[in-house]
Ligand binder design. Sequence first.
Ligand SMILES: [Fe+2]
Length: 292
Amino acid sequence: MTTMTHHLVRAGFRVPDLAASVAHASELLGLDVREQTADQVRLALPGQEPCLILRTHGSASFDFMALHTTAGNLAEIRRRLDAYGVAYSDGFELEVPTIRFHAPNGVAVEVGVGDPHVRNESPREGGPVIGALDHLSFAARDQEAFKNFFIDVLDFRLTDSVLGERHWLRCNENHHTVAVFNGEDGLHHYAFETSDINGLGALGDLLAARGQNFMWGPGRHALGMNIFTYHLDPAGSILEVCSNMLQIGEEEEWEAEVWTNGLKSAVLWGPLPPTGFREVFIPPLQESEIAR
Ligand SMILES: [Fe+2]
């Protein structure tokens, strides 16, 4: 079977202060509120289906990630989950055939049949034009198991590694849609894409007006070549805004590179990461904590 292509379309978070998290997503990223109840808000970029689902919870946690793929890929993924011995169930978020299961670090993954989002390019006054949700970077106690699960079951490809500790995986032309490094089980950061470095400047101005600053960047990663900024959202999750990520054609011969110098892979230019950057994470939502 040929290589599977999927697209990241949605991420869900549990947040302690729903109003603050919604204000952050709408004011800084330009996301619009599409549906709102007392304890859940669905946010979307102009012209897209919702890409960010925020729900109230006592503490910040990562709820789920959702991929869109083809019906043929979904059938194959069901077979591979069976072979892997991983249980799956119908999903909750998508109004299309969807399965839901857990990755080895406890993160819930939904895979549904659907198209990628059309990249948003609507002009915006006073803030970055955010194109789409771009990638998710996880931490896992067993990062090899996480990497192998995404490769074996979801047909992700290894794009780059730093020694045996950190892995960047792709499922379409984007250099990475999912990354993982060794740490406590959870999400390290989520990333939205903007068109160019001007978007990062506009974001910095908005942060400054709120008395906040980037925690890292602007800079350019060597690995993936994306220009980046990172800041903390109101729930304490790290949000990256990035641009100009390396694109790898499906037909392109790509040899996964094993970088031996973590700092060189992290910074082509710009400041070094702050102390403790990799230790920040939010845990996966424990389903026992909530009544869905
Ligand atoms: Fe990232």
